[in-house]
Design a protein around this ligand. Sequence first.
Ligand SMILES: Cc1ncc(C[n+]2csc(CCOP(=O)(O)OP(=O)(O)O)c2C)c(N)n1
Ligand SMILES: [Mg+2]
Length: 271
Amino acid sequence: MHSIHGRAPAIATGMKVTRPELQVWVITGDGDSLSIGGNHFMHMIRRNVDLKVLLFNNQIYGLTKGQYSPTSPVGKKTKSTPYGSVDAPLTPITTALGANASFVAKSVDVDIKHLCMVLERAAHHKGTAVVEIYQDCNVFNQGAFEFASKKDQKHDNCIYLEHGKPLIFGKDKNKGIRLNQMNQPEVVELGKGITEDDLLFHDEKSEDPTLAFMLSQMRYPDSPEPMGVFRAVERPTYDELVNNQVKEVTEKLGPGNLQALFNSGDTWEVK
Ligand SMILES: Cc1ncc(C[n+]2csc(CCOP(=O)(O)OP(=O)(O)O)c2C)c(N)n1
Ligand SMILES: [Mg+2]
């Protein structure tokens, strides 16, 4: 179903509530979800509507021919920022976590194996599953994600998250992330007295989103960038709660009568 720009979450919510047997996927962009649809995006997530969201982030408005978006980096020259963007960008995963997302993940369009794993995880999650997908816009923002897509670079630039495992990365799997004394993540080399036990372990199921939030702030080139499932926790879904409530109230009060409701309370006849 093709809906209006930025409003897919509202339409998808209605669809999931009225047709709970359907699995509903929302296909969206960085402009769609974080500019015009930022409000809808936030409320879909906090309600935990059982929707799977593919957020294709190319850090640009592609369809309208290359204007900057809320995820464009500072300094980005586009048609609407000819001297470079001065806006601080949003990080979609951080934004989703701020709205208490029950599932958030990140992958890259051309990393088929990793993306398929992430999509399968999203498909099985009950609740809003936000998947940010870095997507190269080969016309208006070419090469933005080479750091995470080029085979000879990605293992040194990205950390592939695995639940319950230490944060290890690098072609030779010889680097890791640990917390320093300021509780900030830092890159360390394994060996020379540093073992896996010194590293940060990933826990996607933690009720406390602090770790996921910190990981979401680790961005290339300032730091190696985590990929995969940041958070996967269970909480009640809006569609189930609302349908259960309707069932309960209907059992108590009987089926509603819309016409009777319209004619109840203060009504006027206009002559
Ligand atoms: C209500 C409305 N406002 C504005 C537009 C114009 N418009 C179409 S696509 C777009 C931005 C799309 O950006 P993004 O969601 O990042 O998708 P991309 O094209 O980059 O995949 C805008 C502003 C529109 N189609 N409808
Ligand atoms: Mg875009």
